[in-house]
Design a binder for this molecule. Structure first.
Ligand code: ACM
Ligand code: ZN
Length: 472
C-alpha cells in the first residue's frame, strides 16, 4: 500500500514494477484536464509520466511522486493516479502582527504548505499590536505603527521594545517564492477594528483623532477606524494601492472581525453617515464601510474576503467571500444557502494557536467543510478551507511550527479531498511526508503530542488557560 497526503482521488495498481534510477520524469500538459488536475502513470516499460492541466497540476503530480518514491525505495509498482482537489481555495493564515516572523521562516512554512497542496497564503499583516508593511505614501505606518513598547500577552510581561515590518523587497520576495510553488498571497488589511497600530501612526483615521499607543496586550480594543470620515477612506485607498502593486493575486482580505462600536456611537461623522443612508444599526454601518472598500478593490480587479462578523448588519455586498471562524448565530449558513461564497474554518478545529490538548489532530482531521443545514446550493458555495495561527502566545519559529504541523496537513487533506481516506491512512501518509519537514527544518510536533488522553487534555487546557490569563 502507498499512502499519500493529501490522498489522491483515484489510484489503480497494476502487476509489474518499474525501477526508477533518478532520470528526469516526463511531464506534459493537457488542456482537457482541470487547472489542478493531473494523471501520474507508472508502467514497467515506459517508466513515469505526469500529465497535468497546467504547470501547477504537474507540480502537484511531482509532490505526489516524491512521496511514492520514498515509500517504494525507487522500485515503483505500476500504477495510475488520477487526481484533482475537491476545493479550489486551500489556505493557511499566519498572524505576523502579534509576532513578526522573518522572510526565511515564512519560506520554510510556505514550502512545506505548498507540498501539502495548499494554494493560498493568507498573510495577516496588520493588527492592534503592529502594522507590518512598508507603505511609502504613509510612512508612519511602518516606521511607527510597527513598534510597540512591550509584549504583555497573558502571563508574559516583557517591557522591551518589539518591532519589525516587511519591506517592499521582502514582500516581493515572499510573493515570488509563493508563485514558484503555485501559492497566491492573500494579504489582509484588517478594518475597521484591530486597527490600533494604524491609528497610532495616523490618529486622524479614528473618530476621536487622538494618538494612542500601539497595543502591547492581547484582546479586542475600542480604537477603530472612523467610518464617517473621508480621510479614513483616502488613507485606506493609499494603502490598498500600494498593496495591490505588491500582491498580484485575485483575492484581498479586509478583516471585519471583532469590532466594538462605542467610538462610532459618539462620532458626529459616523452618525451623519448612518442618517444619510437610513441605517439603523452600527453593524450596518460596518458593512456599509466594508462595502465601500470592497467596491474600491473591485475597481482594481480584486475579489474581497472578510470574516463572518461582517454579516451581522445583513447588508454586506453579495459579492463578498465570507470566511467563517466563529459564528454563533450561524449567519454563514444563510449566506452560503443563498448562493454566496464561503471559506470554511472553525475556531474549535482549525485554529492552531490552541494547544493539542484543546484541538487534537484527530479533531482537526474530523472537521467538516460543510455546515449542518447546508443545502446543495450551500455546499456548492464553499470555495474552500483555511487553517489559522494567531500569534499572541507564539513568538518563535519552533513554536509556530509545532502548532502548525502536522495539524495543517489534516486541513490539507480535507481541502484536497474531504472524506477520501480514514485517519489511520492519514497518519501513515504523514510518515512519507516527514522528509519535507526535515528538509525545511520544521519542528513538527512529536506523535505522542497529537492526541493527548483525557487527563492530559484537561491538564493541557488548564495550563493554557492559565497562561493566557493576564496578570496584573
Ligand atoms: C479572528 O479570529 N478574530 C478572526
Ligand atoms: Zn467616526
Amino acid at each position: 500500500m502507498i499512502q499519500i497526503v493529501p490522498a489522491p482521488k483515484k489510484t489503480t495498481f497494476f502487476q509489474r514494477e518499474y525501477a526508477y534510477k533518478g532520470e528526469t520524469v516526463r511531464t506534459s500538459l493537457d488542456i482537457l484536464l482541470g487547472e489542478e488536475e493531473y494523471i501520474l502513470e507508472v508502467t514497467a516499460e515506459d517508466g513515469i509520466t505526469i500529465i497535468g492541466g497546467s504547470e501547477k497540476a504537474v507540480f502537484y503530480g511531482e509532490c505526489t511522486l516524491e512521496q511514492i518514491l520514498r515509500q517504494t525505495n525507487n522500485r515503483v509498482r505500476a500504477m495510475k493516479i488520477e487526481d484533482e482537489p475537491e476545493f479550489s481555495y486551500r489556505a493557511f493564515m499566519i498572524d505576523c502582527s502579534r509576532h513578526f516572523f522573518s522572510v526565511d521562516e515564512l519560506k520554510a512554512i510556505i514550502d512545506t504548505m505548498a507540498r501539502l497542496k495548499f494554494n493560498k497564503f493568507h498573510w495577516h499583516l496588520t493588527d492592534d499590536q503592529g502594522f507590518r508593511m512598508q507603505i511609502d505614501a504613509l510612512p508612519k505606518l511602518h516606521r511607527e505603527g510597527s513598534v510597540r513598547l512591550g509584549s504583555h500577552f497573558g502571563n508574559t510581561k516583557l517591557n522591551s521594545r518589539y518591532e519589525g515590518y516587511y519591506s517592499k523587497e521582502d514582500m516581493r520576495e515572499i510573493v515570488a517564492f509563493c508563485a514558484a510553488r503555485f501559492v497566491d498571497v492573500v494579504p489582509e488589511l484588517d478594518l475597521p477594528g484591530h486597527a490600533t497600530a494604524m491609528i497610532h501612526a495616523y490618529p486622524e483615521m479614528s473618530c476621536r483623532g487622538r494618538k494612542v499607543p500601539v497595543e502591547t496586550r492581547q484582546g479586542i480594543f475600542k480604537n477603530i477606524l472612523c467610518a464617517g470620515s473621508e480621510k479614513t477612506y483616502d488613507y485606506l485607498y493609499k494603502i490598498i494601492d500600494e498593496m495591490c502593486e505588491i500582491f498580484p493575486g485575485e483575492y484581498f482580505h479586509i478583516g471585519g472581525d471583532e469590532v466594538p462600536k462605542e467610538q462610532w456611537m459618539h462620532c458626529s461623522a459616523c452618525k451623519s453617515l448612518m442618517q444619510e443612508n437610513n441605517l439603523e444599526t452600527y453593524e450596518q454601518l460596518q458593512a456599509l464601510m466594508m462595502n465601500r472598500v470592497a467596491a474600491y478593490l473591485e475597481s482594481k480587479g480584486k475579489k474581497t474576503i472578510c470574516w463572518n462578523d461582517a454579516l451581522k448588519g445583513e447588508n454586506l455586498a453579495h459579492n463578498f467571500i465570507v470566511q467563517r471562524w466563529l459564528d454563533r448565530k450561524n449567519d454563514t449558513l444563510n449566506w452560503a444557502n443563498s448562493g454566496r461564497k464561503v471559506i470554511m474554518g472553525d475556531f474549535f478545529h482549525s485554529y492552531f494557536d490552541y494547544p493539542y490538548a484543546m484541538t487534537p489532530l484527530k479533531k482537526t482531521y474530523s472537521f467538516s467543510p460543510y455546515l449542518k443545514g447546508m443545502d446543495v446550493r450551500g455546499r456548492e458555495s464553499v470555495i474552500g478551507l483555511e487553517c489559522c495561527v494567531w500569534t499572541e502566545y507564539i513568538s518563535f519559529n519552533a513554536a509556530i511550527e509545532y502548532m502548525l504541523f502536522p495539524r495543517a496537513a489534516a486541513i490539507a487533506q480535507t481541502a484536497w479531498g474531504y472524506g477520501r481516506e480514514d485517519y489511520t491512512y492519514f497518519v501513515k501518509a504523514l510518515e512519507s511526508f516527514r522528509p519535507v519537514f526535515k528538509q525545511n527544518r520544521i519542528n513538527c510536533a512529536p506523535k505522542k503530542d497529537w492526541n493527548p488522553l483525557p487527563l492530559k487534555r484537561l491538564a493541557g487546557t488548564l495550563k493554557f488557560l492559565n497562561m493566557i490569563r493576564p496578570r496584573k
